[in-house]
Design a protein around this ligand. Structure first.
Ligand code: FUL
Length: 482
């Protein structure tokens, strides 16, 4: 007898291992050998997104609940001024690269006219029962160049079959509908929450079957859940990954709704699969829009702290900006997003290390293609690789005239695996090296803040690494205090 978890593991291994092997073989000896696990081809474009919108908008928008019960009257759903082009314009101007919408939350109401249930927009009076939020949002995203993603809650408090094996077939049919009719989807978000309680209905989910549907309908999409298979929940809803943050996870030990969520915040250095963290958090106290919470929208300083703790700690930031009852992003949220964008532009707009000269302690096989200068050249695909024989690898960036700075951003060439285990940054002040920051992991992006210094050089020392370090970028910033 196979358990549900065995089946999930079998399905996941069968799908991901060949991808890892082929990227490992491809690299041969032209460049440092990748260290497994490495990202799959569907991960690489996802890593570049870094910051994108979550929109909680559904029946709860009209009832004020966080979790609906499933018997809400569809007629309550009435976004009289729904304008998804307005949402996407706001997100695009905010520097976000994608949107994920709650197509179906726990109460089971569908934002699209599903063939398989009446509990959907087709039973409302909105647009005369002919409306389709997924159509309007996906069209707006594709028109304005943002990626489109969907949240679907497996937990469904409306459906009569929930708790029986037939529910899995229903869910797969819904999933197929959503993934077949709205163009390219970049991410499918499976929520692991279930509040049925000890006496509630118990559903054994067919996750391997759900994953199969996604792979068939949207082969390029990443799948999110507490346990991946592609992207993992960060283990909290405050948008924070840990300073030590591995993209790897012992994935087979986890499943949606896992009790070991604290481990998801750091991942595992000896993880078996590439399952990076996505950090979800709401700009407001709740996930859904409530007028009463408008005065409690997070400040720019809070959002910046979250940015440093998510994007700056090897995660992506999925910031929830709920649409209001009218079907619009409220002006207060839009304004805060613009202010947050302006703060990031001020902080990270001028890279004081850009095109500055670099000396490295060693270069992989003495090949110029991997020289230290790549870290300040701003050319994508280029990186510094240190020699495999180094016990410690070092890099010095000469800034020329002394420069005032307080932030350093580092990036690893993650295509070859996440490697760095311990690093130290120093600043040369009046000819003396002074400690600026000491840390553990880097990954796709690490942004560290130190005491403000005026220095004419920056040194990176990597004292521990799983394989020779491969660093693609180092940037130095003078970020205004907030
Ligand atoms: C949780 C849900 O229960 C919340 O309502 C919200 O959707 C959040 C993003 O995920 O598991």
């Amino acid at each position: 007898m196979f358990s549900r978890r065995d089946l999930l593991q079998a399905a996941l291994s069968a799908m991901v291992v060949p991808e890892i092997n082929s990227s490992l073989n491809m690299a041969a000896s032209q460049e440092p050998t990748p260290i497994a696990p490495v990202p799959s081809p569907r991960h690489l474009p996802w890593h570049k997104l870094e910051y994108y919108a979550f929109v909680h908008f559904n029946m709860n928008t009209y009832t004020g609940k966080e979790w609906g019960e499933g018997y809400e009257d569809p007629k309550l759903f009435m976004p009289e001024k729904l304008d998804c082009n307005q949402w996407v314009k706001v997100f695009k101007e905010a520097g976000m690269k994608a949107v994920i919408i709650t197509a179906k939350h726990h109460d089971g109401f569908c934002l699209w006219p599903s063939e398989y249930t009446d509990h959907s927009v087709k039973s409302s009076n909105w647009r005369g029962g002919k409306g389709d939020v997924l159509r309007e949002l996906s069209d707006a995203c594709h028109k304005q160049g943002l990626k489109f993603g969907v949240y679907l809650s497996p937990w469904d408090r409306n459906h009569p079959l929930y708790g029986t094996p037939s529910y899995n077939d229903f869910f797969k049919r819904q999933l197929t509908e959503v993934l077949s009719n709205y163009g390219e989807i970049f991410e499918v978000w499976f929520d692991g929450a279930n509040g049925e309680g000890p006496n509630g209905r118990k559903q054994t989910y067919d996750f391997p079957g759900f994953i199969d549907v996604v792979r068939k309908c949207q082969p390029k999409a990443v799948i999110f859940s507490d346990a991946g298979p592609d992207v993992r929940w960060v283990g909290n809803e405050s948008g924070r990954s840990n300073p030590t943050s591995w993209a790897m996870l012992k994935r087979d030990e986890f499943y949606p709704g896992t009790p070991r969520s604290a481990e998801l915040t750091s991942g595992h250095e000896d993880g078996t699969h590439w399952v990076p963290a996505e950090c979800d958090v709401s700009i407001r106290p709740g996930w859904f829009f409530r007028d009463s919470e408008t005065r409690r929208i997070k400040s720019v300083k809070q959002l910046m702290d979250i940015y440093y703790a998510s994007v700056g700690q090897n995660g992506s930031l999925l910031l929830n900006v709920p649409a209001n009852k009218e079907g619009l992003i409220a002006p207060e949220d839009a304004l805060r997003l613009r202010e947050f964008k302006a703060a990031r532009d001020l902080a990270f707009g001028t890279d004081l290390a850009f095109r500055k000269s670099v000396k490295a302690s060693s270069t992989w096989k003495n090949k110029a293609a991997f020289s230290g200068g790549n870290v300040t050249a701003g050319k994508s695909g280029k990186f510094w690789a240190a020699s495999e024989d180094d016990s410690i690898s070092k890099l010095v960036i000469e800034l020329g005239n002394p420069q005032k700075f307080n932030v350093v951003r580092l990036r690893e060439e993650i295509r070859l695996g996440q490697r760095v285990e311990a690093f130290k940054i120093s600043a040369r002040v009046n000819g003396n090296w002074q400690r600026f920051f000491e840390g553990t992991t880097i990954g796709n992006c690490r942004i560290v803040q130190g005491e403000e210094v005026v220095a004419d050089a920056v040194e990176l020392v990597i004292s521990r690494s799983r394989a020779c370090p491969t660093i693609s970028q180092i940037s130095v910033f003078d970020a205004p205090k907030l």
